[in-house]
Design a protein around this ligand. Structure first.
Ligand code: AHG
Ligand code: MN
Ligand code: MN
Length: 338
């Protein structure tokens, strides 16, 4: 690698010296990177060397089938973070309760929440999947972290990002000073800066949503999607529909090309009146990233990062991407509150 190529390690150290810090956050991020490399290795060999595909036969707190890779990724991220003495508590999509730090390990000043494997239904069919993470500073005193350390508004996020396991493995993150994309160079085993200071176009030409839910959407949502599919919209031509079914992959494409992703509230499942996606480890981290890239993230009625969480696995409608598109959706949603 020539010296023009910036490794992620070098970038983390330069950010730390530029923005200060004792290195605790850098240590956490480095462990997330390590865990990502371990998961990436399994994803790339899934179905080849060991029985990592398929279902475990259990259901998680979400009531969803747990895939073996969900469980594997969950353990890898927990074990990479729980012993380093920088974290006081964690939360994961795959764990019903907060993840406390084992008594034999020191507690730190940070809180990490994550979706260890996003897009689980796509694991066995070789479609892009990912990991989403958010990092907060604790708000309670020393010792074990508490629930209130986990239930902070997204606007308090100290850092957030995601890894996408695809044809190439990308790691994207922000600490509030812009968004940078790193690509894993498998020949070296290092992430290198591939797309510095990403900015999402103010308006896109792509919309991403599961149109199978259309019969269950509110009137405003139905009218908005029909508007995008018409010549009435600001483009003067129908938007393109792109939906992978892995939030991280749909989000990443729209971040780079512009566009809007919608998982709105629907009446399909009375247990999930506010949509399928989770606030703490899906909506909030991606909302921080997209705002840092000039985009926006809303429920249709309020800014995602302003929501005060009440529960670990709280679900929210997620409308995220190009700012002008998301704000235009809000006009439709607010107009037709039915
Ligand atoms: P997860 O695999 O972590 O449960 O997340 C899956 C989510 C998200 O990745 C995706 O956008 C959404 O589920 C797709 O849901 P539908 O299949 O209902 O469209
Ligand atoms: Mn997910
Ligand atoms: Mn998941």
């Amino acid at each position: 690698m020539n010296d023009r190529i910036i490794s992620l390690d070098r970038f983390i150290m330069s950010e730390q010296s530029r923005y200060g810090g004792r290195g605790d956050f850098s240590a956490i991020l480095s462990q997330i990177v390590f865990a990502a490399k371990v998961v990436a290795a399994q994803v790339s060999h899934a179905g080849l060397i060991e029985d990592i595909l398929g279902r475990t036969g259990q259901k998680n707190v979400q009531g969803e089938e747990v895939q073996k890779l969900d469980e594997y990724a969950n353990k890898v991220f927990i074990n990479a973070l729980n012993y380093i003495g920088k974290v006081c508590v964690m939360a994961s999509e795959e764990e019903p309760d907060m993840i406390v730090i084992p008594p034999e390990h020191p507690k730190g000043d940070y809180v990490v929440m994550f979706d260890p494997l996003d897009g689980s239904t796509n694991i066995d069919v070789n479609v892009s999947i990912g990991t989403i993470f958010g990092i907060y500073k604790r708000v309670t005193g020393g010792g074990d972290g508490k629930l209130e350390d986990c239930l902070q508004t997204g606007s308090k996020l100290f850092g957030a990002g995601y890894i996408i396991y695809s044809s190439s493995v990308n790691l994207v993150y922000t600490t509030g000073n812009g968004v940078n994309v790193f690509s894993l160079d498998p020949s070296v085993g290092e992430f290198v800066l591939s797309n510095p200071n990403v900015r999402i176009p103010a308006r896109g030409k792509i919309y991403s949503t599961n149109e199978g839910n259309q019969p269950y959407w509110k009137k405003g949502t139905r009218e908005y999607i029909d508007y995008l599919k018409s010549e009435r919209n600001t483009l003067g031509a129908p938007y393109s529909s792109r939906y992978i079914g892995s939030l991280v992959a749909d989000f990443h494409r729209n971040l780079l090309k512009g566009g809007i992703f919608l998982y709105p509230e629907d009446t399909k499942d009375p247990k999930k009146p506010t949509g399928k996606l989770r606030l703490l480890y899906e909506a909030n981290p991606l909302a921080f990233v997209v705002e840092q890239a000039g985009g926006w993230a809303s429920t249709g009625y309020e800014r995602i990062l302003d929501i005060t969480p009440a529960k670990l696995h709280q679900r929210v409608p997620l409308i995220i991407g190009s700012k002008d598109d998301v704000l235009e959706y809000e006009e439709f949603a607010k107009k037709n509150l039915s």
